[in-house]
Write a protein that binds this ligand. Structure first.
Ligand code: FMN
Length: 192
């Protein structure tokens, strides 16, 4: 089984990445393969509403000048998906939103390509707005007919500078809990 995580932060090694890697720990312990895909900081266009994905029915977007199709293929092949974003003006980063819109629309027009996969969202935040970020990513899972893994106090960690989230003991414990729950659920679903 495999879980792919999409990091919407442009800061490599930043708080969101630290959180994602903490979720990976119990997954890897359970023998689940993991891969982190960096999208933050890359040049990724938004959806142009051309609806070609629905016409083509080949699990791709007609825009081929950015990494979205490569990412979409990995997401569609995965059993579990982690979306991670820092809070930017109370929402996900632009790159994360572009992935949600484009991969989400390919999946939707393709007849539910993400149905019954397992999803978890994690959010890095300095002070306020994380719940809205969390909701944005969970709405993607929900419209995609996925199973969502939560934890206590809504999958977020506090911090501003790179590494600050390591001081948020409760938040980081939640990241481990998310990984454990995800591993449990994936294990239960494996033979369904
Ligand atoms: C453009 C921008 C907007 C931000 N907006 C918010 C915000 O609305 N609320 C907040 O608490 N922190 C905000 N932050 C702080 C980041 O969410 C915070 O530093 C986070 O830990 C960064 O995670 P990263 O290291 O994974 O990039 C903002 C940072 C930037 C660069």
């Amino acid at each position: 089984m495999k879980v792919v995580a999409i990091n919407g932060s442009p800061r490599k090694g930043g708080n969101t990445e630290i959180m994602i890697r903490k979720v990976f720990e119990p997954l890897e312990k359970a023998g689940i393969e993991t891969e982190l895909i960096q999208v933050g900081g890359k040049s990724i266009r938004g959806c142009t509403a051309c609806r070609k994905c629905g016409e083509m029915q080949n699990q791709t977007c007609i825009q081929k000048d950015d990494p979205v199709n490569e990412i979409a293929a990995k997401v569609f092949a995965a059993d579990g998906i982690i979306l991670g974003s820092p809070t930017y003006f109370t929402d996900v980063t632009s790159e994360m939103k572009a992935i949600i819109d484009r991969v989400g629309y390919i999946a939707y027009t393709g007849g539910g390509l993400l149905r019954h996969k397992v999803g978890a969202a994690v959010v890095a935040v300095r002070r306020g707005g994380a719940i809205h970020v969390f909701d944005t990513m969970n709405h993607f899972f929900q419209i995609s007919q996925m199973f969502i893994v939560g934890s206590t106090y809504w999958n977020m960690c506090y911090g501003m500078h790179k590494g600050d989230v390591n001081q948020d003991e409760e938040g980081m414990a939640n990241m481990v809990d998310i990984g454990e729950s995800m591993a449990l659920l994936l294990g239960k679903l494996e033979n369904v």
